[in-house]
Design a protein around this ligand. Structure first.
Ligand SMILES: *Cc1c(COP(=O)(O)O)cnc(C)c1O
Length: 401
């Protein structure tokens, strides 16, 4: 139905302009018949705000999908993270343990709440926050662990929950990239106190912009609901016991999400196929490393991720990305670790943050195009291009040796 013209480049100068470097974009939404039908239904009903039936329906169905007692739809994932912090009462003077290798919204949410993110290294076995490194980062001010299921791989939640219980900490899961992932057979998002999801245009389920929080504790859910809706007393109009935000979603967005959720199994299985095709197509190329998958994890196939060992591969990560862009293949470097970004540099220095695994993985990582409508032929083309560049690199190294 759609073509490759609508690349979802969050940071690009013009996210809708097709360019030669985006003949095969990194991501693209998959919008089907019911997405259109439900959005039309929402429009025709006249209910386009958050007071529409698709909001309740989505919250119920999403909670079921992740095996959580309750869910709240939120206007985007970043606000959902912030809502989680506020819901747990995290504020000034508090510290929250976070991985530095994440989308910047993870650390930002802690700062929005007035608390301080404390950066912890990642585990090479998962690329998620390292449970072994957590204990050393805990201080009397630590209130919570904010674990990110990076690139769809679940963090080691049992180990994290044990440490949290020992020290009386809350556990928040940033599952923005991980809808559909399971840890020891249990879906992510229901493994801590609060689960957070994003439905941005390049995520596994999308409403263009959107998010959700999940929680089992009814009081916590009620508090987050209050804070999501201006802080208004549910039983008394225009009475505000607390200062709240407006983090509500629209009925239109939730209409889209209801349809996306119906197709989630099909979309996830196509993404799993794409991951398998990439693994096969890239097998045996020297210098390419893969995101490990632990035996107790079922990764959610968000963006296919790999690392480049520049010496062995014969070309740096950035050079490879430039060569692929020249062929019309859009890729993405891994997130720049938050502790290296200007808002967090000073704090990270004060913390004495030493994050060697984070630094190494971040500097060598690359995401390849991953979306359900990506044809097999495009994956074959991408793998062939990488293979060709690798052998050329090897030849160049041999010549210079
Ligand atoms: C996408 C993402 C977010 C933010 O979600 P938005 O809906 O874009 O605000 C937060 N954390 C992680 C890890 C993400 O990938």
């Amino acid at each position: 139905m759609s073509d490759f013209a609508h690349s979802l480049d969050r940071d690009g100068p013009d996210e809708r302009r097709p360019t030669a470097s985006r003949r095969i974009p990194l991501a693209q939404p998959d919008l089907g018949v019911n997405e259109e039908a439900y959005v039309l239904e929402a429009l025709r009903s006249g209910w386009i705000t958050s007071r529409g039936k698709f909001v309740d329906r989505f919250e119920r169905e999403f909670a079921d999908a992740v095996g959580s007692a309750g869910a709240l739809a939120v206007c985007n994932g970043t606000s959902a993270l912030y809502l989680a912090m506020l819901g747990l009462g995290i504020g000034p003077g508090d510290e929250v343990l976070v991985p530095s290798l994440s989308f910047v919204a993870t650390a930002n949410a802690v700062r929005f709440a007035g608390a301080e993110p404390v950066f912890v290294d990642i585990d090479p076995a998962t690329w998620c926050i390292d449970p072994q490194a957590l204990a050393a980062a805990i201080t009397p001010r630590t209130r919570a662990i904010l674990a990110v299921h990076l690139y769809g791989h679940p963090a080691d939640m049992d180990a994290i929950n044990v440490i949290a219980a020992q020290h009386g900490l809350f556990v928040v899961e940033d599952a923005a990239e991980a809808f559909g992932a399971t840890y020891k057979g249990r879906p992510v998002g229901a493994l801590g106190d609060v689960g957070v999801f994003s439905f941005y245009g390049n995520k596994i389920l999308t409403a263009g912009e959107g998010g959700a929080v999940t929680a089992a504790d009814p009081r916590l859910l009620a508090r987050m609901r209050l804070l999501r809706g201006q802080g208004m007393d549910p039983d008394r109009q225009y009475f505000y016991p607390v200062i709240g935000h407006n983090f509500r979603p629209t009925n239109i967005a939730c209409a889209l999400l209801c349809a996306q959720l119906e197709r989630a199994p099909t979309m996830l299985s196509r993404r799993r196929q794409i991951f398998a095709l990439y693994r096969k197509g890239l097998a045996g190329i020297a210098g390419i490393g893969r995101q490990p998958v632990t035996p107790d994890a079922r990764q959610s196939p968000w963006l296919f991720s790999m690392t480049i060992d520049a010496v062995v591969f014969g070309m740096s990560r950035d050079a490879l990305m430039a060569r692929l862009a020249a062929l019309g293949i859009e890729t993405r470097p891994f997130f720049i670790p938050s502790h290296q970004l200007p808002p967090y540099l000073d704090a990270a220095t004060r913390q004495g943050a030493k994050l060697p695994v984070t630094d190494r993985v971040a500097a060598s990582g690359i995401n390849l195009p991953t979306f359900t409508t990506l044809p097999d032929a495009a994956i074959a083309e991408i793998c062939a291009a990488i293979r060709k560049l690798a052998s050329r690199g090897e030849a160049a190294l041999q010549l210079s040796a």
